[in-house]
Design a protein around this ligand. Structure first.
Ligand SMILES: Cc1cc2nc3c(=O)[nH]c(=O)nc-3n(C[C@H](O)[C@H](O)[C@H](O)COP(=O)(O)OP(=O)(O)OC[C@H]3O[C@@H](n4cnc5c(N)ncnc54)[C@H](O)[C@@H]3O)c2cc1C
Length: 371
């Protein structure tokens, strides 16, 4: 049994940690934020919530398809039957062919919370340095005066540019240069998400059953996506309708203008003004506006394999949506295959756990130990 540190409690880190724990390793996950899920993010609002990272889940890839089936049976996710439209450069809209899309009533972050059950997760632990120490293993150093800790092996389940910060000081200590170069070659694009809430009066005319529930902009310079979040969860409070909530997501080019901005409100205001011009004029008069910057939103130029691994100077693995696949399906597949690789290298039993068995074990654990 090895002690394994997993840096990052996004979907890739959670899946990897669960599989390694199922194999009997002692796994600790270190997460810089207060919550789990990373870009699978949901913001709580009065009586409702909004997904300001992942928009919805599509059953792409065998592992995600299976997981969504199980989560659907456990009422964690449900089908989102909302119509998705595509806005063209001339301002016309046409509806996309319906396909299977899943959302969670409690917000898409509920999927990450489900995967986190039973794991030892140290929240608000930002890893600032990792260093190999002879005969002791990896030394892990944190921000905010948390004491250093140790692990036999490390998994970096974080976006590639953030992994580069931790890996660069390791090359004089024995990290093979091709490993660092492979991680450095991966590029991410940014995105700005704005959540806007409106009054009941403003949204009065919206026909919840007929209206579009999401709009994809393919040629707009600033807007990439708008979702009518209220269509995902009419109300979390019984007998009380929640006011309309929308999420606006920007293009990468728009977000790049705000990479160093301290105050993101102007970015959010510009996005809702653009939406008001394209759709309803009241969209630029929200009751509340929350703006979030994703510096590393989408992997643009991925690594071709499902993980990057090295045994020198000590066992180390990088995984995430930027390894081999893309988006949530890719992150799950990467976390899964990374864990299987580590088990083959570190374990005294061969890797034989299928994703179906892992999910079944989680279902059993979930019923025994509710979150
Ligand atoms: C706006 C937006 C919309 C999206 N829409 C969709 C969609 O509709 N469908 C879809 O499939 N995908 C979508 N994606 C992509 C999807 O969110 C990602 O592919 C997936 O969530 C990546 O998971 P991950 O575990 O690889 O990384 P992350 O989710 O980024 O997880 C990494 C974790 O590591 C933590 N971390 C980073 N550095 C450190 C450190 N030094 N110490 C400790 N912790 C650290 C972070 O806080 C984070 O929790 C979207 C992404 C964004 C930003």
């Amino acid at each position: 049994m090895a002690t394994i540190g997993v840096v990052g409690a996004g979907i890739a880190g959670l899946v990897c940690a669960q599989v390694l724990q199922q194999y009997g390793h002692q796994v600790v996950v270190y997460e810089k934020s207060r919550g789990v899920g990373g870009r699978m993010a949901t913001r709580r609002l009065a009586g409702t919530c909004a997904d300001h990272g992942v928009r919805y889940l599509e059953p792409e890839g065998e592992a995600l398809r299976h997981l969504l089936g199980v989560l659907h049976d456990h009422h964690v996710v449900r089908a989102w039957r909302g119509a998705i439209a595509q806005m063209l450069s001339d301002g016309s809209c046409h509806f996309l062919t319906p396909s299977r899309r899943y959302i969670a009533r409690e917000g898409v972050n509920a999927v990450a919370k489900w995967l986190a059950v039973g794991l030892d997760i140290r929240r608000q632990h930002r890893v600032t340095a990792i260093a190999p120490v002879a005969k002791q293993g990896w030394q892990i150093t944190f921000a905010d005066e948390h004491p250093d800790t140790w692990a036999d092996a490390l998994v970096l389940a974080i976006p590639a540019p953030q992994a580069v910060d931790l890996l660069t000081p390791l090359t004089p200590l024995g990290l093979p240069l091709p490993v660092l170069d492979a991680v450095r070659a991966v590029e991410f694009s940014p995105c700005i998400s704005a959540i806007a809430t409106y009054s009941h009066e403003q949204g009065e005319f919206l026909d919840y059953s007929q209206a579009w529930h999401g709009i994809q902009f393919d040629t707009h310079p600033d807007l990439a996506w708008i979702s009518f979040e209220t269509s995902k969860r009419p109300s979390l409070i019984p007998d009380k309708a929640t006011p309309p909530v929308f999420v606006f997501q920007s293009t990468a080019a728009f977000a790049e203008q705000y990479q160093d901005a301290q105050d993101l409100q102007p970015a959010g205001i510009t996005l809702i003004q653009q939406a008001a011009q394209a759709l309803y004029d009241w969209l630029d008069k929200p009751v509340d506006l929350y703006v979030h910057r994703w510096r590393y939103a989408f992997a643009q130029c991925s690594y071709p394999g499902p993980y990057i691994a090295t045994q020198t100077p000590l066992p180390l693995l990088c995984c995430g949506d930027w390894c081999g696949g893309q988006q949530v399906g890719g992150a799950i597949a990467s976390g899964l295959q990374a864990a299987t690789y580590f088990q083959q290298k570190l374990g005294d039993t061969p890797a034989a756990l299928s994703f179906h068995e892992l999910v079944q074990a989680l279902c059993d654990r979930y019923s025994a130990e509710p979150a």
